[in-house]
Every structure is written in C-alpha cells, then in structure tokens.
Design a protein. Structure first.
Length: 136
C-alpha cells in the first residue's frame, strides 16, 4: 500500500470554545463543517503544515499545542491527524479566506450543533474533553 499522505487538522481552542469552519468547496463537501487544515507538503513537518494552513485559510498566527492521539482515514491515500492549537498573542481573529464561508466558535454545549464532515466526527469526539479543560 502506498504511504499515506497526512492531512493535518487543527482543533483551535480559545476561551473553552472550539473553532469550526464550514467548507465552501468542493461541491460534495460544501456546507459541512471541519477542523481547518490541509495536506502536509513533501518534506514539511506536520506542525509546520498546520501553522501554514491556518495562516492561509484563516489569516491567523497560531501554534500547535499537542497531538490528539490516533489518526483517521480519509479518501485514500489521505489520513487525518489532529493537533490542538491556540492563537498567538496579537494574532488577528480568524476569518474565512479560502475553502470556507463561515466560522463558529463552539462551546461544549454547541459542539454537535453543526453538521461535521463524517470523517472529522471521531476527532471532534476525542477533542471534546479538552474543551472543558481549556479554561474559559
Ligand atoms: O488545503 P489543501 O488542499 O492542502 O487541503 P484540503 O482541501 O483542505 O484537504 C485535503 C483533503 O482532506 C480534502 O479531501 C478534505 O476533504 C480532507 N479534510 C478532511 O476530511 N477533514 C479536515 N478537517 C480537513 C481536510
């Protein structure tokens, strides 16, 4: 089997809330919500890819905090790996620049109010306990 290509997803936490991003493309994913991120480029460290993707897609300066254990299969050859992340002090607020048309900061009670991409659901479930532990 070919080596998987890693897609990094960010569980961006702030004030006890999780950022969810609604995809605007491609058509089969539009309207569904995801953890923002994207493909790791050849030779790139996944943590660096995460920082780059968050800058490109949301215009923010953010740092990965810790890896959420596990990985989740996407359409072959991709697998999703997730890191929690936080905004650097002084970062602009996230805004949808690419791939997304709406953002929401979800409280723990709101976590399942959006239709997540099926493939992101297990990762969101694993992140949920960290949300309540993340301070408010
Ligand atoms: O931005 P880039 O082209 O690197 O990647 P992307 O189009 O955002 O994501 C690559 C693939 O991973 C797409 O097929 C997305 O549907 C999938 N993906 C996902 O399933 N869940 C995420 N949280 C992020 C991406």
């Amino acid at each position: 089997m070919a080596d998987p290509i890693v897609v990094v997803g960010a569980a961006l936490l702030d004030g006890g809330r999780l950022l969810a991003a609604r995809r605007s493309a491609p058509a089969d994913l539009a309207g569904r919500w995801e953890l923002p991120g994207g493909k790791v480029e050849p030779g790139e460290r996944p943590e660096d890819a995460l920082v780059r993707e968050l800058r490109e897609e949301l215009g923010i300066d953010a740092d990965p905090v810790e890896r959420v254990p596990g990985q989740w299969p996407l359409r072959a050859p991709y697998v999703l790996r997730v890191w929690t992340a936080r905004l650097r002090p002084g970062s602009p607020a996230p805004r949808p620049l690419q791939d997304h048309d709406e953002l929401r900061w979800l409280t723990p009670a709101e976590l399942w109010d959006v239709p997540w991409l099926d493939q992101d659901v297990p990762a969101v479930r694993d992140v949920a306990p960290r949300l309540t532990a993340a301070g408010r």
